[in-house]
Design a protein around this ligand. Structure first.
Ligand code: PLP
Length: 361
């Protein structure tokens, strides 16, 4: 199709076979004479897309029957307030682990709705690491613990999840959903905006334990209530039909590739390729994340000075690489190598980084 190498942080690359399938099928879905986005969300045709996507996600992610799968809207950001609205009671507090900008935002939105505390944080060292977090220390009145599994901006990731104790664990997985298998027994709810690893912007994937769902606040406006959305099979109001359709195609693609296990194998191989360049560069490139917290999804690094960094980014752009600028809040460089980014593209980037280093050191 085109010859750009898309390393955007989000919205980001979508698997080429998914785009191809959508191109061939989306505008005349199953010979109905209608495009996916023209169909009634109450029609059997759309129901097939909707429940098909849910079933496929359950299959590839090994989601146990004790969990509901929801398709919501408002992005991961609306979850920042829906979570406290649904689960943070009057005499309780919510406990947040701060590992980057998104967890700060999650905490901030919750603090507008109830009492919050910071359980642990790596802010003291520019969010370079994942803080030691022991869930057995939590006091009785903690409503839930909130983590961010992958820190899109700083490039760190929880290598494993803390063992759950008596308090529900809720995890923002916006930037590493579907990239590794999960220990469902240690989790009560995960959520992710669609636009990084699960398709396109517009749909927010929520997977929630039914026993947690039962404890949700009953007095909310229905459109903010997980119970309502679950009861309506995520068809309480018009869902983002086209985005759900794309998520279904992405889930099928993952299945055909060999599942989330294979996505994880690829993610590790791709990340290692870039981290190796960084590690063998004698500080020409310096990684932001501490070794043990390195993300397989977002690889963040800097060059020796701002001028060199500018030259790197501008030559990279020239060479067809898209999205290598670090987040505007932190600068530097970032390689977002989500599921859809082909290994081949990472190889080309690796070679470009090595060449640039040889010419400029
Ligand atoms: C991108 C991102 C968000 C924000 O997602 P929206 O869908 O834009 O609200 C939240 N958390 C993390 C970890 C992200 O990477």
């Amino acid at each position: 199709m085109t010859n750009v190498y898309n390393f955007n942080a989000g919205p980001s690359s979508i698997p080429a076979p998914v785009l191809e399938k959508a191109k061939n099928e989306m505008f005349n879905f199953e010979q109905s004479g209608m495009a996916v986005m023209e169909m009634s969300h109450r029609s059997p045709l759309y129901e097939k897309i909707h429940f098909g996507a849910m079933d496929q996600l359950r299959k590839i992610y090994h989601i146990p029957d004790e969990f509901e799968v929801l398709f919501l809207q408002g992005g991961a950001s609306l979850q920042f307030s829906m979570i406290p609205l649904n689960f943070l009671g009057k005499n309780q507090k919510a406990s947040y682990v701060l590992t980057g900008s998104w967890s700060e935002k999650a905490l901030k939105e919750a603090s507008a709705l109830g009492e919050v505390e910071t359980l642990s944080s790596s802010k003291d060292n520019q969010y370079k690491y994942i803080p030691e977090t022991d869930l057995s220390q939590l006091s009785e009145n903690v409503a839930y613990v909130h983590l961010t599994s992958n820190n899109t901006i700083f490039g760190t990731q929880w290598p494993t999840f803390p063992k759950k104790k008596n308090v529900p664990v809720i995890v923002d997985m916006s930037s590493d959903v579907l990239s590794r298998n999960l220990p469902w027994e240690d989790l009560d709810m995960i959520y992710a905006g669609g636009q990084k690893n699960a398709g396109m912007a517009g749909v927010t994937l929520v997977v929630i334990r039914k026993s947690l769902l039962e404890t949700a606040n009953d007095e909310l406006p229905p459109s903010l209530s997980y119970k309502q959305h679950a009861k309506s099979d995520s068809l309480y109001n018009t869902p983002p039909t086209a985005a759900v359709y794309i998520t279904g195609l992405v889930a099928n693609w993952i299945d055909e590739c060999g599942g989330v296990e294979e996505m994880n194998r690829r993610a590790r191989a791709k990340a290692e390729m870039i981290y190796n360049v960084i590690d063998e560069s004698n500080d020409f490139y310096t990684g932001h994340a501490e070794f043990s917290a390195r993300s397989t999804m977002n690889i963040t690094f800097r060059l020796a000075d701002e001028q060199l960094e500018k030259a790197f980014l501008s030559e990279a752009k020239e060479a067809g690489f898209v999205g290598l600028n670090g987040h505007r809040s932190v600068g530097g460089c970032r390689v977002s190598s989500y599921n859809a980014v082909p290994l081949k593209h990472v190889e080309v980037l690796r070679d470009f980084m090595i060449d640039f280093m040889k010419k400029n050191r």
